[in-house]
Design a protein around this ligand. Structure first.
Ligand SMILES: [Zn+2]
Length: 348
């Protein structure tokens, strides 16, 4: 009898991290970077609005992050939901096509980046001889934002959905989008800015029940360094991720840098899965005024000075979220490459 060996999901991340030299760079904020380029995202669809109005800009921002050293680029589907598209008058089919398009744009950016790297039009890794050019490995992650992100009322920063929103409601809300993204050609699904335990549970059950056959990461947000934003302990949330086979990474995003270290420590206590972190700039989003309040924001340099400490605590994937930009990612890439042990770079 022939025994079929199926590669475990975790092998995808293990071999990717090996290729990256042990540490991988996640991209920076997408929506806020689109805004910095002039896009008006004051809309319930937020960055997904650009899938309709300016896909070329999304591609450009992905490319900027690749050029800055990102190994993982995250698609513009964070706030792209079939329900959101429907309320704009789009059909289910049109909505599904836009979801697929978000991943296609990221894949096109990766192809373009590889092409340009091969032609040597960018000094990707600063090769000394100028002859052997190396490119860094790149994965495309399909973003799934939380139910709170769809509500567009800031509740992904409170995690309070009310009594009427239970596990089944959340599963039904996310089901079709997750199915479409799983078949879109993405390398993994990035469940981002997860504000509570309930939604993590909904994702884990969906991945299992729908037999989603690409890996995923779970990334939570926090405003105190101990709990996710709803008040559920980060350790409980990370345990849900730990117990789900498809989940190949667990971590924290869109959270001020000052809380990251203790959150990583708490996650490390409950899982051996790779830990990822892509904090925001440290500024606070005011959902009522729909703007980022200055004040506690820290500079790129300060942000990056924490990276080594985060890696020492267990993180192996680091990037940036809202209000970070290609400069942040360039600096993170530099910080990580000094720790990396690139044994087998991809050569042209
Ligand atoms: Zn963010």
């Amino acid at each position: 009898m022939e025994i079929e060996t199926v590669e475990p999901y975790s092998a995808v991340m293990d071999s990717f991290l090996r290729q990256c030299g042990g540490y991988a760079v996640i991209d920076g904020g997408l929506a806020t970077e689109l805004e910095r380029h002039g896009a008006n995202l004051n809309d319930p669809l937020w960055s997904a609005k650009c899938l309709i109005s300016s896909p070329h800009l999304i591609k450009r921002v992905h490319l900027d992050y690749l050029e800055a050293g990102a190994n993982i680029i995250i698609s513009a589907s964070y706030q792209a939901t079939l329900q959101g598209f429907e309320s704009k008058g789009l059909s289910t089919e049109e909505g599904e096509n836009l979801l697929r398009r978000s991943v296609e744009i990221a894949r096109e950016a990766r192809d373009l980046y590889y092409d340009r790297a091969a032609k040597g039009s960018w000094n990707i890794t600063g090769d000394k001889d100028g002859i052997t050019r190396r490119r860094h490995p790149v994965l495309v992650a399909a973003s799934v934002g939380s139910y709170g992100a769809y509500l567009a009322d800031g509740s992904e920063y409170s995690g309070i959905y009310g009594e009427n929103v239970g596990l089944e409601t959340l599963k039904d809300f996310h089901r079709r989008r997750v199915q479409v993204l799983a078949d879109s050609g993405a390398d993994l699904i990035a469940f981002e800015t997860i504000p509570n335990k309930l939604e993590a549970k909904a994702y884990a059950e969906l991945l299992e029940e729908e037999a989603i056959n690409i890996p995923a990461w779970f990334s939570f947000n926090s405003k105190d360094g101990t709990n996710v934003v709803s008040g559920d302990p980060i350790a409980d949330c990370a345990l849900i991720a730990h117990s789900c086979e498809q989940v190949i990474g667990v971590g924290i995003n869109c959270t001020p840098p000052r809380y990251i270290h203790s959150l990583i420590q708490s996650i490390r206590r409950v899982t051996t899965k790779p830990i990822l972190t892509y904090p925001n700039s440290g500024e606070t989003y005011d959902a009522n005024r729909k703007e980022w309040l200055p004040s506690t924001g820290i500079s790129d340099v300060d942000f990056v000075s924490h990276v080594g400490k985060w890696c020492d605590a267990g993180a192996s994937l680091v990037g940036g979220c809202c209000r970070t930009n290609p400069n942040t990612i360039r600096a993170i890439s530099k910080a990580l490459s000094s720790r990396s042990n690139v044994a087998s770079p991809v050569e042209f």
